[in-house]
Every structure is written in C-alpha cells, then in structure tokens.
Design a protein around this ligand. Sequence first.
Ligand SMILES: [Ca+2]
Ligand SMILES: [Ca+2]
Ligand SMILES: [Ca+2]
Length: 431
Amino acid sequence: MKLLAALRIAVVSMLVLTSVLLHAATAPGTALLNQAEMRYFDPLTEQVVVVRSNISRVMVGESPAFEVDQGKTRQASAGQSVSIEHTLTNTGNVTDSYTLTLANLGGDAGDLQVLRVYRDINGNGIADPGEPAITEITSLPAGQTVNLVISGTVPAFLQTGDEIRLSLQGQSQLDSTLIDTALDRIVIGDGAALVLSKSSSQSCDLPQPEGAILDYQVSVTNVGNTAPVERMLQVSGQQEQGVLIEDSLPGNVSLMPAAINNIAPLQAQALVHFAGDGQDVWQRYDDWDGSGTVDRLGLLIPAYQIRNNQSGGFAFQVQINSGLTQGTMLFNRAFVDLQGDGLADVQSNRVCHRIAATLSPGITFQRPSNAVFQQNRAPVHSEDSDFVDAAIYPLLPEQSQRILLDGVYLRLTASQLNQVLADQDLSLIHI
Ligand SMILES: [Ca+2]
Ligand SMILES: [Ca+2]
Ligand SMILES: [Ca+2]
C-alpha cells in the first residue's frame, strides 16, 4: 500500500523517527531512545549534510488499563434463555486481575433469571457445558483478551415491547479506581429473533503459520415466534429470495474452493460474493472455480426453513496468505442483514486468530523510480517497481506542475491494518 503523503513539500528532506503502537502497551522498564535526523544538500560544498539531535531517553513505568467492550441490545421472547457475549481486554502494560459484577438494573420491566457471566473458552458466544461461571478474571497478561458470555432467562410474564436492562462491570485489582461497564438491553419482541454463533477449531492463543488452513463454523437459530422476512438477491444472474447469513472474510486470507460443508437445512444454498459487485449480486459457491477475489460467503435459507426453534448453519475453510507482518490478527464474525439495507440486524460473536508472521511492520519514505521520471508519467501505486526508497527529496519551485512525480510517498508494510477484505481500509499516519 502506498500513500501519497504530501503533494507539495517545502523542506529539502526530513526524516522523523516515529513509533507505532499496535497491540499491547510497551513493557514496564523498557528504555525508549529517540533521535531526530535531518539531511539537506549544501549547494556550496555539493555535499549532503546530516544533522542529528541529541538522544533522549524515557523509561516506561507500570500502567494498568483495561476495557470492557460496548453494551449490546438483544431481542428475545418471554421465557427464552438469552446469551450476550462480551470481551475484557488488558490494554495496560502489566498483568492484572479483574473483579466482575453482573447486575439486573431497576426501573425496567423485570429481571433476567438465573443470571450469570461465564468464561466463553471456545469464544462462540454461548455458555457451553464445562465453561465456568466466574466473578473474577485472574492474571490476565498485558494485551490479552478474555471472552465472556452473560446468560439468563427472560421471565414468562413479560410482554412485547418490555425491556430488561443489565450491567456488567469490571474493576482492576491493581488499581481499584479503574472501572469499565457495559450496559445491555433485552427487548421483548414478537416475530423472528435470529441468534448467530460462530466458532473455529483453532484457538486464538495459538499462533497459526502462513499458509495454514483455518476452519470456521456458523450456526443460526430462530428463537422468536415467527419466520424472518426474506430479501431479494441476484444469484448467478437469477432472482432468488431467502434469509441470507453472511460472513465477511477477514483480510489476509483466501477462501478455499470445494471446502464448504455441513450445510443445514438441505434446501439452503452456499453463495459467494466478489469484491466490487453490488451487495445483492452473488454467485453459487458450487459454480465458483476458485478465481477472483471472494470477499464474502453466504448461506441463503428459505424463510419457511427457519421458523421458531429451527436452526441452520455451515462450515468453511480459508487459507492464510503469505508475506504478512508480525502482529497480524484475523477477526471474523457472521451477520444477517434482513432487508439488504447494508446494516446488519443480527451479528454473531467474533472469533480471532493470531498469525505467526516473521516480517516486521515498517514505514519507508519513497520516491518514483528513475524510469518513471524518464517516462514523465505518474507512478502506479500498486507497482513496486515504480518506487525506490528515498533518502532525499529535491527542493521544488513554488508552483511545480509535476505534483505526482515530485511528491513524497510512504510505503507502509503492515498486513495487520488490513482487517476486512470487503472494506477499503484507511490508515492515518502521523509524521
Ligand atoms: Ca430489571
Ligand atoms: Ca462457549
Ligand atoms: Ca438491515
């Protein structure tokens, strides 16, 4: 990825050393050394002059910090059991433990019964047998995240439109003034209520090598009392309708052809969506020959096959791309957009994978190559051969007409910033 950083420059050349904070905060006791460097061309001596500043040193201290993710809203029917997934992340630079307080709030229509928070070990957004109910998280290392899931039952006497409110509070045990709270709402509704769950056999704790094959499972259950609405799609050029379960593939992976299975119900069809196509334009997965960039996978289920208490789902595989940088994570969740208006109405929990990559992330100053100058054309951002590393930039006259040729370019090597294949990622770089 190359970014045009500035169209016109007024200084001869300047190199500023910056540090990029990507995941965990810097470890306590680390010394940060910083030195600025400036180069300029002296026309009298015809030499490049390099000026370096003195070296500054900063020692990093212990700094606990954490975050509970945002509150959620769920639709549910009376008598139903509800699961709400949450995460707690240690965003500080030191291992910490946390006290969890889960409470039914007052001033609403009622309370969830048998209310507990569980450690969601497999990260599928549901409290499974063997996953423990907890009131604290002990010894969470810096940068690590714990998956949690709140579970409870809606009282049978509640009516459509009623609301239940909950709070999940985390408190740091290293610094009890550090508190973060998520407020959840459960709205009692009439109609369809889809619950999506997502999982993978590969744990997020175990780094996966480039080229490894990951599997994902997606399941959907209608816990409401009617069938969901169908949306219209164009599938391989024909009009089709149904309830579409979508999965936006994470960046830095490729979908495997002929590797989708466990499709349920049998009447459902697996679809692929190509990058750049309209959001209602899909192709049959079975017709796909493996070429082109698939950015989404879908399962189209007829609404009559997903009435109350009916379930569906599918499993698929992706392969991790090569040439990735250290710190790259894959995040993935499934969703349903009932009307096809571009806004997800139901989302699954999020699953993650960590990549064991060897390349270091970096930022390089570049300029167009001599060949590009000779051809007097604009460089092509996706062509590596159009750029060379630049130590010095020429000083331009005030009104340069060759902005693309004379600009300052930055090459950013950081696959961790490419999070969702379908999205155009925007990166902000401070220099
Ligand atoms: Ca209440
Ligand atoms: Ca679970
Ligand atoms: Ca929608």
